[in-house]
Design a protein around this ligand. Sequence first.
Ligand SMILES: Cc1ncc(COP(=O)(O)O)c(C=O)c1O
Length: 453
Amino acid sequence: MKYANNILETIGNTPLVKINHITKDIPATVLAKVEYFNPGHSCKDRMALKMVEEAEKDGRLVPGGTIIEGTSGNTGMGLALAAIVKGYKLICVITDKQSKEKMDILRAVGAKVVVCPTDVEPDDARSYYSVSKRLAEETPNGWYVNQYDNPANTQANYEQTGPEIWEQTEGKVTHFVVGVGTGGTISGVAKYLKEKNPNIKIWGVDTYGSVFKKYKETGVFDENEVYSYVTEGIGEDILPKNVNFDLIDGFTKVTDKDAAVYTRRLALEEGLFVGMSSGSAIKGLLQMKDEFGPDDVVVVLFHDSGSRYVGKIFNDDWMRDRGYLEEEVKTALDLIEEHVDKPLLTVRTEELASHAIDRMRRYKISQIPVMDINGFVGSLDESDLFQAFLEDRNVADKPIREIMGAPFPIVKAGTSIDQVSKLITKDNQAVLIELENGNYHIITKYDIINSIK
Ligand SMILES: Cc1ncc(COP(=O)(O)O)c(C=O)c1O
């Protein structure tokens, strides 16, 4: 029989999957190390277990003890699996920026979740760093994991993720691109790969609102770089000991919007339902496309699963509220798509009003353009006719020329709906659209109302 003795034995050996569409402009082979195949659905299962095992070895964690950690969710999940199998209690300290799903998932696997404010200084007593430390001191047999500075974090990736990438690519990997939070993933993988081949380039993906990129480039820890951002899991306002800047060749920064948009694209175009830092990672890789040649093998690591972000990235309202949805701009042509095949009904200046009334009644229309040999010279709508009727009961026998209003404005097919809408007023009931084939069509306010979905 082939089975794992417990869930912890299923950690690691995640697949490497080729990216086929999003990276089509990159000459290199791009392979994603898809870490949501781990049992806790993220890369962090590896380091969580390693940190627990190391703490057990040197007595920091005693039987029946309590594991305490400040975690954005994924490390908490990994720690929870270890705690369940090994019989420990777990308290996760989390910031209020994290998705509700992450908190619910942690509770589902037995963790006690303490939520702290995001927008406070790291040394503020309310910050999740400070609260984690305080809880560890106050809790009997409590052990504060501190994934930021705990060397077992890097070590797990040095022992597992790095060798897996080396073996899966048969040593052909030339570049490794990954989002950086605590630094454990990048530093562990970088150490292993550079030991195997010092020419392999290691690129970190950072966010706007984080200190890493500037620190790497200038050696300056610039507090002006710190502000709140939306992307979860990467970027920091501190320098964790696990970020080994000497092993990292450079950083690129990705905006929150790009991270969100590219996370959706990974799901839609590659079938990879991954989390937001994976969107950052692939966008960061695309930003560096000039670094890669046709023989290169670029490995990008996707930390976690999209299921933890269904209320955020995969929710249209959440995306729209932040201006992240790239909604199609509708044009004048889109407004008439349902009736563009029908001919435009018109009347001539010298026809009698009764003809116009007859045509409007027969085709159930409320307005009609008026033409003479020079083109569009006027318009008639229900209110023009009603006004004319009030002035003269014999209006039906009058030529249209005498009762018509101003011609409808003419727009091009590509004019935006916003611009078209502005042209429709109380005094002007329609707009004419000039089609590419030289014909004209009419847009009424009903077309605009119909376009609102
Ligand atoms: C979703 C996600 N992406 C990226 C990272 C960054 O990985 P590391 O902490 O190893 O730098 C984390 C770490 O918490 C994460 O949870």
